[in-house]
Design a protein around this ligand. Structure first.
Ligand SMILES: [Fe+2]
Ligand SMILES: [Fe+2]
Length: 461
């Protein structure tokens, strides 16, 4: 919930509860005061009527006329007339009843008696009474006038009695509602003024954090606390900007150093590779082309960029073991004798031995390739006669690349094969010397292969 909404709810709740307490206390006090005044007024009127009735009775008794019906009727008429004269409006009533509840006289002229239930309740009481008559709640004062056997009730309609209080209550409710509406409006305006700088501060902070433009600054205005918050954020932002710039510079330097290191490493690997091919009278293009063919095949097989790079770096090392093979065997035109072939085949094991202690991933991969790049898919390769996917994938790839390039290269003891002729051999050896999947990819992408075949010198640089 927004601060603005919370503020309005909190203040309005306080205001409503205060107004309710004040209103209730005021109305209760006014109602109590008015009740006291009204009951005093009712009892005063009743007392006046009682005095008048006793005076009339005293006159009858003094003149010995109290037993004569004619004079008793005259006295009763005098009392009724007096009672009617004290009634000010249609809401007030003075009524006298006999002991059976029959009306002796009434200021309104009504002759309708009370119901039996109401009468049996009222006849036993004296003083202030409240009761319902014809659905109207009334308040009255009840006294007995025994000489005539009357029970006299002066009463008034209770709603009329409290009419002014009800008016006051109604007025107070209307005033309260108007006050609350105005208060809510004023509060909303004040809350909006108070919270606008907070919202602007938060939006500024968010913008800087999202854009990472830590050199941007928040505007310093608003109240004391908000100014402090903006200053603190700006200080933090300044620090972040500084740190971020440092980190960026370190990252750039590190990336440059990594690239440099990678280039140097690759250079060293290529030199090592060329060294191994030196006795073959190779120019160095063989290892570049083998690396590029292997890279293409690894990409076509869906290998990750890291694996592709590793294979490209390790590929030049495949014949590193040839350093231990005498030139007379390496360059011998024509078939090798049995013991010569054995020495020749040892270049795999020697290469592995040279590289196997290395910790660098590219040298480790080189060791594995050096050992297994003359294994055949059908299991008739050397040095261990591995078969199918027991041969590491890097070597299954390199085998195609190496053989294809050896065939298409000039050697002292042979002429280069044509591009198409060499491809035919790859197709013929599919599933025999070569992994069929790797061979198929090589054949399917002959355009890319030809591109390397023709332009390796440019690409390898
Ligand atoms: Fe080899
Ligand atoms: Fe080779």
């Amino acid at each position: 919930m927004k601060i603005r909404t919370r503020l309005v709810i909190a203040v309005l709740s306080l205001l409503v509860s205060s107004l309710l307490v004040i209103g209730t206390v005021t109305v209760t006090a006014a109602r109590r005061g008015l009740t006291r005044l009204a009951t005093q007024h009712l009892s005063f009127k009743a007392e006046e009527i009682r005095k008048y009735a006793w005076n009339q009775w005293d006159v009858l008794v003094t003149n010995g006329l109290s037993d004569l019906p004619l004079f008793r009727d005259a006295a009763r008429e005098a009392v009724r007339s007096y009672a009617a004269s004290v009634v000010r409006d249609e809401f007030q009533l003075v009524t006298a009843y006999d002991h059976e509840g029959r009306i002796v006289f009434s200021s309104s002229g009504s002759r309708t008696p009370f119901s039996e239930d109401l009468w049996s309740d009222l006849r036993e009481r004296e003083g202030i009474v409240t009761y319902d008559l014809n659905g109207v709640n009334r308040i009255g004062y009840l006294f007995r006038f025994d000489p005539m056997g009357w029970i006299v009730l002066t009463s008034v309609d209770r709603s009329e009695f409290y009419a002014e209080i009800d008016e006051i209550t109604k007025g107070m409710i209307i005033a309260t509602v108007i006050t609350l509406a105005l208060a809510a409006l004023v509060l909303l305006l004040i809350a909006a003024r108070l919270t606008a700088p907070i919202a602007s501060l938060a939006s500024g902070m968010r913008k800087i954090a999202e854009s990472r433009e830590f050199d941007a600054r928040l505007a310093i205005d608003g109240s004391h606390e908000l100014r402090d918050a903006a200053l603190a954020f700006n200080a933090m932002s300044h620090e972040l900007h500084h740190t971020y710039a440092q980190l960026r510079s370190i990252a750039v330097s590190e990336a440059a150093a990594r690239t440099e290191l990678g280039t140097r490493e690759m250079e060293a690997l290529l030199i090592l590779g060329r060294l191994s091919e030196y006795n073959d009278h190779e120019t160095g293009l063989h290892i570049i082309r083998v690396g590029l063919y292997s890279l293409l095949l690894a990409q076509l097989l869906g290998e990750s960029p890291e694996q592709r790079r590793l294979l490209y770096q390790a590929a030049p090392l495949h014949d590193v073991g040839k350093i231990a093979v005498p030139e007379s065997i390496l360059l011998k035109p024509g078939p090798l004798a049995e013991h010569e072939r054995e020495i020749m085949q040892q270049h795999t094991v020697v290469g592995h031995r040279i590289l196997s202690d290395a910790r660098s991933p590219s040298l480790k991969a080189g060791a594995e390739i050096a050992l297994t790049h003359h294994e055949r898919y059908d299991g008739f390769g050397y040095p261990r006669g591995l078969r199918g996917t027991d041969i590491p994938l890097f070597s299954r790839i390199l085998s195609v690349a190496d053989v294809f390039d050896a065939l298409t290269s000039h050697r002292p003891y042979k002429e280069p094969w044509s591009f198409e002729h060499a491809l035919e051999l790859v197709a013929a050896e599919r599933g025999k010397q070569f992994d069929p999947t790797v061979a198929d990819l090589f054949l399917e992408h002959r355009d890319e292969v030809r591109d390397i075949f023709l332009n390796a010198e440019l690409k390898g640089r």
